[in-house]
Ligand binder design. Structure first.
Ligand SMILES: [Zn+2]
Length: 361
């Protein structure tokens, strides 16, 4: 029973004590009414309905959404400018998700006590990818700000035509504490990140992406208050509306579908080149794949391999687009988005679990 309950919702709903109104459905107890109510909810929300592809693609063009996660101070300072150069040369736009607040990534060291993470550290060559300063950030040395520390670099993302969204306030804490904190903890983190975004960009964020593809019922429901066009909080197969305890949320999810380089290296693939060749084969017309890259990795030691991937994608006629454009292209097919449940699942090469798109209901 516990297993099936888990498939219908990631965590039992608890009342939230927050300033914004959480999504209000009908009382939990009346299942029939809840199912009726589910039929009444429109299949899409207004902000998502309003988006149109900026350039319609010829039929049969393979497309991939590019999601760029910025998780650390150094990723923001060095990785983002590097990626802006690489993307500029390739004429490609992507969606940058920015961790806004303190870089506590040094706390990851404490996770090294867990054997799975230790193995992953060695496999991904983390000591090479992250400098000693990053590894110590928030532990022995004070935490430095991520996007909030570099407003000019953040603004360049938007001025160069990319999409920018909120990744987190404190990325590391979200990853470590989401499921261990009271229900309003996530709401406060989302609020802090939202305010920080507004103070840098002067506009409201239109998309959020949960750190480490990890969300829960509370965070998904709370996100409904921000008027987002879409969110990218989980792994999955294609864009969908989340169903939480027989409630359909109005913010569509554009899930990450493809493995990441750090999951693959030394695990399923021996080199970045062979990983990217595999990714190219996975991008097929009529599907809606999303690739996640990291400012710390593809904007760092693997920038060359990523640039080579973009060149090959172009040769093969693959359109690499921001996630909003991918969703717009998907909605332009006229086929309604599926409604799917979420659960937690492990992915190959990654420590712990991620939130995963599950069954269509
Ligand atoms: Zn991240």
């Amino acid at each position: 029973m516990g297993f099936f309950k888990g498939l219908l919702g990631m965590k039992p709903l608890q009342p939230t004590a927050t300033e914004r109104t959480a999504y209000s459905g009908v009382p939990e107890s009346d299942l029939e009414k809840r199912l009726e109510h589910m039929q009444e909810i429109p299949k899409t929300n207004e902000p998502a309905q309003a988006i149109k592809p900026s350039a319609p693609l010829p039929e049969g063009t393979p497309v991939v959404g590019l999601r760029i996660d910025v998780d650390t101070h150094e990723g923001m300072r060095d990785g983002v400018p590097k990626l802006l150069e690489v993307l500029g040369r390739a004429g490609v736009k992507g969606t940058f998700y920015l961790a806004m607040g303190p870089d506590n990534s040094g706390r990851a060291i404490f996770n090294a006590l867990r054997p799975g993470f230790l193995a992953k550290m060695f496999r991904s060559g983390a000591p090479k990818l992250y400098s000693a300063r990053t590894m110590l950030s928030g532990t022995l040395l004070p935490a430095r700000q991520i996007a909030a520390g570099f407003p000019e670099i953040a603004k360049r993302i938007a001025s160069e035509g990319h999409e920018a969204g909120v990744h987190a306030w404190d990325h590391r804490s979200w990853q470590d504490k989401l499921n261990k904190r009271p229900s309003d903890w996530a709401a406060n983190e989302l609020e802090k990140a939202y305010e920080s975004y507004v103070s840098i960009f002067g506009t409201k964020p239109r998309t959020f992406a949960a750190p480490a593809w990890l969300c829960d019922n509370e965070s998904l429901i709370y996100e409904e208050n921000f008027g987002l066009v879409y969110a990218s909080d989980c792994r999955g197969t294609d864009p969908f509306f989340p169903v939480i305890d027989v409630r359909i949320l109005k913010t569509p999810q554009v899930p990450a579908t493809l493995p990441t380089l750090d999951e693959a290296l030394g695990n399923s693939h021996e080199s970045a080149e062979s990983f990217y060749d595999f990714i190219l084969k996975e991008i097929k017309p009529g599907e809606w794949p999303v690739l996640t890259i990291h400012a710390e990795i593809e904007g760092g030691p693997y920038a060359g391999a990523f640039e080579a991937f973009l060149a090959k994608a172009r040769e093969r006629g693959v359109a690499v687009v921001p996630l909003k454009e991918l969703l717009a292209l998907r909605l332009a097919t006229g086929k309604p988005l599926p409604r799917c449940t979420l659960s937690y699942a492990a992915v190959d090469g990654r420590h712990g679990v991620v939130s995963m798109q599950m069954f269509e209901v």
